[in-house]
Design a protein around this ligand. Structure first.
Ligand code: USQ
Length: 410
């Protein structure tokens, strides 16, 4: 199949490109390289060094025998996106090109505004471009388990049957997101479902849990990034980075909040199963993509035990929760759809964690040099009090325009 990955330079995107190429798919991709800028803005970096996009593309061509057609574009540049899809003619489009961070969206108005604009407008641009240039292609859209929040009910896969005043209907399960970022995913879900109904597009909306794991190759240019800063590092990835530099792991609050988790390798398996089993035209379907449900305290304990094999002593030091989230709650999501397509977990989580620790240990100095970025500074209830000295997007754009003018002058 011809698969177009929007967001091919990211944590999931760069990994997925390799996973699909290994399975014989013809991969193309687009990216505006924004993830690199956002992590830089958080004054952090990827724990695993990553190559430039040019180096990545060169290595991809060498390893997979075929160059990747790459489009340097932002999805909100609708004209450029239309031209890319018209040229590439995909059978499937995987949409990973969003700002994926809840804490980043909670910094202040400018970040909330940017994340919602970037995500919602980018998705809308993609939907219109697919309608006009590849209406038969299957859209695999990365949503988030966080769209549902933590209701006091089991969570079905997208829809549930409701009886109200003697009538029954199959309706979307309520979305109760917990951050401006997660709400952007909710708005996307509604827009994708509407485009399927309106234009007959076909789509899989993937409610993915929290992903963890490294992806390394003997050719380091193929390595995938792994972030650990408060905005772009996910809980388990951060705990592993804390463990290898001897810093305490920081469960927020009571640490009893539970989420669905899955490894990067399992995420790749799930996404490729979705791609290879497209829905019918007009169908909008939802997959809950997760492997295990664990509390944050469970994660910390798993990391502590995994570190025993490396003789690393691990301290666990709970922190006042900077987020606004339920800490004691029911959490039982369904995840049958992918299992029915053949999804089986690869490595058990404790083995995955040992592998991560082994992969991260050679980079401990690099992580230690940015250890300040591990502590959370964004307080969700009152984003004005955070101490992070980020520049707003408007300021950064103005700064970049000024630099461009300066370059023209000299
Ligand atoms: N947490 C800690 N300590 C930390 C970091 C996080 O206790 O150092 C806790 C948080 O309070 C939260 C849980 O761990 O309860 C998960 O936080 P996270 O930062 O790992 O994940 P989250 O913000 O929920 O977002 C991540 C991805 C996002 C994706 C989402 C799936 O960044 O793109 O949509 O996971 S889900 O969580 O299922 O909504």
């Amino acid at each position: 199949m011809r698969v177009f990955i929007a967001g091919v330079d990211g944590y999931l995107g760069w990994t997925l490109a390799q996973h699909l190429a290994r399975q014989g798919h013809d991969v193309g991709g687009a990216d505006a390289l924004l993830r690199r800028i956002w992590v830089d803005e958080m004054e952090s970096l990827s724990a695993i060094p990553i190559a430039s996009m040019d180096e990545r593309l060169a290595s991809f061509g060498e390893h997979f025998g075929k160059p990747m057609r790459f489009f340097a574009l932002d999805l909100r540049d609708h004209t450029a996106l239309c031209a890319a899809l018209a040229e590439f003619k995909p059978d499937a489009v995987v949409h990973l090109a969003e700002c994926p961070s809840a804490p980043y969206s909670m910094i202040d108005f400018h970040h909330a505004d940017f994340v919602q604009h970037n995500n919602v407008s980018g998705t809308l641009s993609l939907l219109f471009a697919m309608r006009d240039h590849c209406p038969e292609a299957h859209l695999v859209k990365l949503g988030s388990m966080g769209e549902y929040g933590t209701p006091n009910l089991d969570i079905p896969e997208g829809f549930f049957e409701v009886e109200y005043r003697g009538r029954r209907d199959q309706l979307p399960f309520p979305r109760q997101a917990g951050s401006w970022y997660h709400w952007s995913k909710v708005f996307d879900s509604h827009n994708v479902a509407f485009a399927c109904k309106l234009w007959g597009l076909r789509a899989t909306d993937v409610m993915q849990g929290v992903v963890y794991g490294t992806w390394l190759d003997t050719d380091a240019r193929l390595n995938t990034r792994l972030d650990f800063d408060e905005a772009f590092g996910t809980a388990l990835n951060r705990f592993c980075c804390q463990a290898v530099i001897g810093k305490p792991l920081m469960p927020y609050g009571q640490g009893t909040q539970r989420r669905g988790f899955l490894s990067l390798a399992d995420s790749m398996h799930c996404l490729s199963l979705a791609i290879e089993h497209p829905p019918a035209a007009s169908e909008y379907r939802v997959f809950n993509q997760l492997r295990e449900v664990l509390s944050v305290n469970d994660l910390a304990q798993l990391v502590r035990v995994a570190c025993e094999s490396f003789e690393l002593a691990v301290e666990i030091k709970p922190l006042d929760n900077p987020r606004v989230e339920a800490e004691a709650h029911h959490y039982r999501p369904d995840s049958q759809h992918l299992r029915q397509l053949g999804f089986r977990q690869s490595l058990p989580i404790d083995e995955e964690i040992r592998n991560m620790i082994g992969d991260l240990l050679p980079h401990r100095d690099r992580i230690a040099a940015h250890a300040d970025q591990l502590a959370p500074t964004v307080r969700w209830r009152d984003s004005r009090s955070h101490s992070h000295s980020v520049r707003t997007h408007d300021e950064r754009d103005a700064h970049e325009r000024e630099e461009a003018r300066e370059r023209e002058r000299t």
